[in-house]
Design a protein around this ligand. Structure first.
Ligand code: SF4
Length: 152
């Protein structure tokens, strides 16, 4: 079974109530080959919500207490992001996910690139909080771009 970011399957769960539909991933869900997860909703957020970025590092640094997840208005929401990451890990283990396909660039789901914490649209190499936790626990995580290129 594959675990995928809910927004990739077309669910309007992004901070601004939009989705990031990828038709191939939606098809996998339709065919019961994949199940969806949104770490931010699992962490306790609702939609819409403020955009947030990791400040001071990446998701691994957040898990190590060296960086924080901050909303655009300045509120520290690190704990909710960590809570969502652990919920995603629990789900990945429950379904024995062979691979987890997560939306690139997100502070939760990014698996190779994230925004740099300045809210200026600049990206850096790094993991979101959920991707970092999953990888640390031996779960295979890839972006939707890599999944479509290498797995389909
Ligand atoms: Fe999509 Fe992940 Fe953001 Fe949820 S947390 S909206 S699944 S990128």
């Amino acid at each position: 079974m594959i675990l995928v970011s809910s927004c990739l399957a077309g669910l309007e769960v992004r901070y601004n109530s939009t989705h990031s539909l990828n038709k191939e991933i939606h098809k996998l869900v339709d065919e019961n080959k994949a199940v969806t997860i949104c770490p931010e909703l699992l962490g306790g957020f609702s939609t819409p919500r403020e955009p947030a970025e990791i400040v001071g590092g990446d998701g691994g640094d957040v898990l190590d207490g060296k960086a924080a997840v901050i909303e655009k208005s300045g509120k520290d929401v690190t704990e909710l992001y960590i809570k969502g990451a652990y919920a995603a890990l629990k789900k990945a283990k429950e379904i024995n996910a062979s691979v987890v396909v997560l939306k690139e660039n997100s502070p939760s789901c990014g698996s190779s690139m994230i925004y740099n914490g300045e809210f200026k649209g600049k990206k850096i190499v790094g993991n979101g909080v959920t991707s970092a936790l999953l990888k640390r626990n031996g779960v295979k995580v890839i972006s939707e771009e890599k999944f479509l290129k290498d797995f389909l």
